[in-house]
Design a protein around this ligand. Structure first.
Ligand code: 5CA
Length: 442
């Protein structure tokens, strides 16, 4: 791909309407465009990042045995009346009437719909557990959409649902998601901490929010700093190891402000370990037993008895994560972004120095492009006639982690190669390819 042909509408300056760095950067480098209040189009650069995040989220759901499906965005009000949430959800729910005057809605979440799907087919306890997920747009008519795609009205979410026979099995399912979330956020190069949280309109009395620290976050948190040291590297999926892992986290006081209790905080956390700060909620898991299965009559036969299934739900803000990664990685003072290679829109920027009447550097770039492509590296060539310092500044902002400069200094087989934030190296194209691919496989 040539930069001149890519749809990456870069702005000269930070847009005045954006208050936080992720919103500024996303508008500045043309990742998103507002279409109306709290509703955005995802332009190619932003869309590429979001799709890569989505794929990592998907792989980690598949790894714990959750089955992917797809439910619609538009739902019928009937099932929400059955659960009792049609009234409770209030003005955040976008209500629509179809041409037959039927009450429909744009789904803010899917507990009802998935329960309806479950109950219509699953009758025996032998089919349990059932773990299902989809990745789909949601709509919440937020009173004050803000910070770009961080708190918007239409957003992209991974939501999963678990169905079990009893509390013990349900807790096993919950803990599988707990582990899978730790792994997912780690692959996104984020340190997300599970914190006991309020369940709000989803309900139930057990939930954890996964939060990354950021001054611009909207969640207030109170935590024991030692929780950052817990080893989250486990991959074992058996009941006891998972319980142990969750316990290791729960041993440290770590809560959002709705759950905050000053006395408890001071009693449980020695002063030097107390941290009271702000964060961004990137995921939220809930256990709510039979809150939906009972009113909606979702049950299985077990030893001649009808048992309402025990349910949990598990959300990840896929679109919000794009902004959250920027909040975590962008140095706005120096205007330098560096995407984790796992989600970067491109792997490497090839930046030729282009002089008038001399296309040799561009030709060299084309050859390097083909070589990288055939070795599983995804590059972009900056074929524009901007000067080299303007090009580097631009790519520092876009955040592609590697820059390969093709100019006078690329003598013989050696090229100027730079990983953002590190020293420039002189390497052969084979060494460059190896370096990038090695990091990619991590
Ligand atoms: N049904 C449950 C779990 S699937 C649920 O809806 N949970 S939630 O309300 O906590 O949302 C899940 C995640 O979606 C949140 O952790 C957050 O990352 C993201 N999210 C929620 N509201 C918004 C919003 N207005 N804008 C962007 N992302 C949002």
């Amino acid at each position: 791909m040539y930069f001149s042909k890519a749809f990456i509408p870069i702005l000269k300056n930070n847009p005045a309407e954006a208050k936080i760095k992720s919103h500024q950067l996303m508008l500045r480098v043309g990742m998103i465009k507002q279409s109306s209040s709290g509703i955005y189009s995802w332009l190619p650069l932003g869309f590429k990042v979001m799709k890569k995040i989505e794929q990592i989220v998907r792989e980690e759901q598949d790894r714990i045995g959750v089955q992917e499906m797809l439910m619609p965005t538009i739902q019928s009000s009937e099932i929400w009346k059955e659960s009792g949430r049609y009234e409770d959800y209030g003005e955040e729910m976008l209500r629509i009437k179809d041409r037959q005057n039927r009450e429909m809605l744009y789904g803010p979440t899917n507990e009802e719909l998935v329960t309806e799907i479950f109950r219509s087919s699953i009758k025996s306890y032998k089919s349990l557990p059932q773990l299902l997920y989809h990745i789909q747009w949601k709509f919440r008519d937020e009173l004050r959409p803000r910070f770009g795609i961080m708190r918007c009205r239409e957003f992209y979410m991974k939501d999963a649902y678990s169905f079990d026979l009893n509390d013990d099995d349900a807790s096993f399912s919950y803990n599988k998601f707990f582990l899978s979330y730790l792994r997912t956020f780690k692959r996104l190069d984020l340190s997300a901490i599970p914190m006991a949280a309020d369940t709000g309109p989803i309900g139930g009395n057990l939930s954890h929010e996964f939060i990354i620290l950021a001054d611009t976050g909207e969640s207030k948190i109170y935590t024991d700093k030692r929780i950052f040291e817990v080893d989250s590297n486990s991959t074992i999926l058996d009941k006891n190891s998972l319980k142990k892992l969750r316990n290791e986290y729960e041993n440290f006081y770590s809560v959002t402000d709705e759950k905050f209790n000053k006395n408890e905080f001071e009693q449980k956390v020695p002063e030097e370990f107390r941290l009271n700060t702000k964060g961004i909620e990137v995921g939220h898991i809930f256990y709510f037993g039979d809150k939906y299965s009972k009113p909606m009559n979702a049950s299985v036969d077990f030893q001649g008895k009808k048992e309402f299934v025990k349910m949990g739900s598990y959300g990840i803000g896929v679109s919000r994560l794009v902004g959250a990664i920027i909040e975590a990685k962008y140095d706005d003072k120096n205007e330098i972004m560096k995407w984790p290679l796992s989600v970067s829109p491109y792997d490497c920027a090839i930046i030729p120095i282009i002089n008038k009447n001399d296309s040799s550097n561009l030709e060299k770039s084309n050859k390097i492009f083909d070589y990288l492509k055939s070795n599983k590296v995804d590059p972009i060539i900056d074929d524009t006639d901007e000067n080299i310092s303007a090009k580097i500044k631009k790519f520092n902002l876009i955040g592609i982690p590697f820059q390969l400069i093709i100019g006078k200094k690329s003598e013989g087989d050696l090229f100027e190669f730079k990983e953002i934030g590190k020293e420039t190296q002189k390497l052969t194209i084979e060494e460059i390819t190896n370096q990038i691919n090695k990091l990619k496989s991590n």
